[in-house]
Design a protein around this ligand. Sequence first.
Ligand code: IPM
Ligand code: MG
Length: 356
Amino acid sequence: MKIAVLPGDGIGPEIVAQALRVLEVLKADGLKLELEHADVGGAGYRASGHPLPEATLKLAKDADAVLFGAVGDFSLDTLPRHLRPEQAILGLRKELQLFANFRPAVIYPELADASTLKPEVVAGLDLLIIRELTGDIYFGQPRGIRTLENGEREGFDTMRYSESEIRRIAHTGFRAARKRNRKLCSVDKANVLDTMQLWREIVIEVGKEYPDVELSHIYVDNAAMQLLKNPKQFDVMVTGNMFGDILSDQASMLTGSIGMLPSASLDANDKGLYEPIHGSAPDIAGKNLANPLATILSAAMMLRYSFNLEDAALRIETAVKRVLADGIRTGDIWTTGTTKVGTKEMGDAVIKALTA
Ligand code: IPM
Ligand code: MG
C-alpha cells in the first residue's frame, strides 16, 4: 500500500508528522505501508515554481492513497491565481477525479463543552456532509475579471453542474445514507438558481432507486440556520462544492473545533485523498500549537476507505477517544479542568494510547 504524503504549508508539516508517527506504530505491528513524501502548495511553489509540481502529481496518481496536510500561505497571495498554494488541492481533486468528499461531523462526548453551542444541542451529534468536489462555481468556466465598456472592472464566475455530475454524487449520498440511518437531505438553492433547480430534479430522480432512504430537500440558507438550531435532525447531507465548503466549516464548530474533523475525497473506485478540513493556519504554524487529531483521524479514514482496514482504523479512533477521555487537549479544545498540550505531545498521547 503506497501512500503519497503531502504535508504542504503552515501547520501542515507539524500535523502530518504526528499522523505519520501513528502510522509508524501500525507499521511496526505489521501493517505494510510505503510512504513517499512530496512538496505541495506554497512549499511546492518554493521548491519547483508550481503549487502542484509535476512530480508531486505523478506521485499522487501512482499512489494508492494520498495523505494531505494543508495548503495556503499569505505571503504568496499576490501571485497570479494559477500559482497560488490553493491551486494544489484544487488541481489534485480535479486531476484525480476525487468528486466525492466525505466530511463527518461527530461529537466526542468529552468535547460537548468545547462547542460554543449548548451541550444538549450538540451531544450525540453524528452528521455526514457529502460535498461534491470537482464541479460547481469552483471550476466552472468562464471566469475572470474583465474591464467593461465604461471602464469599470467586473469579476465573474460560473456555477454549473452537468446531469451526470449531479447523478453520481447523488448516488454517493444515497449509498452512504443506506449504511447509516437512511436519511438523506439534499442542500440546494433551487428557489433562485437554475443550476440548483436541475440539482434538485436529478436528486429526486436518483432517489427513486432508493425507496428505502428518506429524502428531503433544504435551501442552503435554511440549512445554515437548522445546523445551529437543531443539528441532530440531519443524518447525511449531500450538496455542491461551494455550499459544502461553507456548511462543513460551520458543522465543524458544532463538534467543538475545526481541528477535530477529518475528511476523505474519493474517486469512482474509492481511491482517496485524506485531509483535515481545516486550513494551514499560518498564524500558529511552527509553534507546536496546532491540533493534529483531524489529520490523525484522516489517516484512520484512509485505512478504512482506501485499504479496507477497519480494525486498524478503529484502533486509531479508539486511541483518540482514550486521549480525550483522559482530558488531554490542544488549545483549540481546551476547557477548564483539562490538560493543555502541544501538537507533539498530543501525538505522544495518541501513540501511548495506541500501544497501551
Ligand atoms: C477546503 C478548503 C479549500 C476549499 C481551499 C483551501 C481551496 O477550504 O478544503 O474546504 O475551498 O475547498
Ligand atoms: Mg473549506
